[in-house]
Design a protein around this ligand. Sequence first.
Ligand code: DX5
Ligand code: ZN
Length: 219
Amino acid sequence: MFELCASILAADFADLARDVRAADAAGVDAFHIDVMDGHFVPAISFGPMVARTMRGLTAKPLDVHLMVEDPAPFVAELAGMGVERVSVHQEIPGGPGEVLAAIRCAGMGAGLVLNPDTPVTAAEPWLAQVNQILLMTVQPGRGGQAYLPGSNDRIAALRALLDKAGSQAVIQVDGGIKPQTLPGALQAGARSIVAGSAVFGGDIAQKVQALRRAAQTSR
Ligand code: DX5
Ligand code: ZN
């Protein structure tokens, strides 16, 4: 069993409602919302207010990935919009401790994100405070990149670390997920799968079905 999170970064913003409803009807489990500030990553995507738009379009869980240097000011706003989960990067200035606590305090699930160059052991201090750990499987900042080699070893190493610590945290992966890369990520221990270009752009129902079918091969 895994959760498929559709990353709206790859959706058609000229017709976001159509794409979100199509992904919803195609059976995605949740929607992933990538907020970028032009500082933590070079690109600027959209602000947290897109989560409000999304809340009006779907009842499925909203999973917000904050690629921003200072995520703290957005926490209360996102909670007020009915967002279920917020993930922040381990690499932010000052570290993620306070903002992870604020996310949980606001009643949302807290996620810790590790960039591809950050060792999985960097998650250790925060295990008691997180519901999920998002392993970036591409460099953060844009969609449509190739799944980085070595990602499955990182997933497996993190799973071993979590099991040893008795942590129930879910491993989420983000970047380069396609029908070809999904089975390996699942086999290694990922249970929440973010996919942008593998869901949006083209026939959404068919693309979701291709991902689900690929997942069967990892059993
Ligand atoms: C990248 C974003 C991803 C992105 C994934 O920085 O965090 O969520 O949308 O896109 P794909 O699935 O196309 O690699
Ligand atoms: Zn993301």
